[in-house]
Ligand binder design. Structure first.
Ligand code: NAP
Length: 161
């Protein structure tokens, strides 16, 4: 099944500030939940700390080279991109790469589809960003409107490259 990146990005490509999401849009959180429910979600250790608990009804895969985690249901600690890709081959559903910036960068070559919520803000003093060219090899497939006027764009990898 597919490896899918899901991200909310500000006008200036910011995705995070001080270890947190620098905005709050309930409609986007609802969309994220509906989209990822019953699937595997893969997050870097910083995002794991930022969320603070496993997200329910999903396999929470946490990536870290050196940190350890307390054993708990529905949480799996993996040590490399290769381990995640090996696991995803055996899963029935899609694997969602949910961030943060370092983790998106590590999976950039493996992601086949991006689900991008456009945040209509410019975040001053952000410290986590998407690269400006992260969609260069992708073409837009779909646009969804969320409540409150937020827009989600779905991009699939360009087959001609
Ligand atoms: N806007 C959005 O959609 C969105 C989504 C998620 C997060 N965020 C934001 O992004 C920020 C966090 O991003 P971040 O870049 O600082 O951190 P991150 O990607 O969440 O976590 C980075 C850590 O993950 C581990 N890691 C990453 N790649 C790995 C690999 N290939 N193998 C093994 N371990 C790996 C390492 O942990 P160790 O150091 O433990 O080895 C690394 O230090 C926060 O502000 C958060 O709120 C935004």
């Amino acid at each position: 099944m597919a490896i899918i990146g899901i991200v909310a990005v500000a006008n200036n490509f910011a995705v995070g500030k001080n270890g947190k999401l620098p905005w709050h849009y309930a409609a986007d959180l609802k969309f994220f939940k509906e989209t990822t429910l019953n699937s595997a979600i893969v997050m870097g250790f910083n995002t794991w700390l930022s969320i603070g608990k496993p997200l329910p009804k999903r396999l929470n895969v946490v990536l870290s080279r050196s940190n350890s985690l307390e054993n708990q249901p529905n949480v799996l600690l993996l040590r490399s991109v290769a381990e995640v890709l090996a696991l995803s081959n055996y899963l029935k559903g899609d694997t969602f790469i949910i961030g943060g910036a370092k983790t998106y960068a590590e999976f950039s070559g493996a992601i086949e589809k991006w689900i991008v919520t456009e945040i209509p803000e410019t975040v001053e003093d952000a410290d986590a960003f998407m690269p400006k060219d992260f969609l260069d090899e992708f073409e837009r497939a779909e646009i969804k409107e969320l409540e409150g006027g937020l827009r989600v764009k779905i991009f699939v990898k360009n087959q001609n490259r």
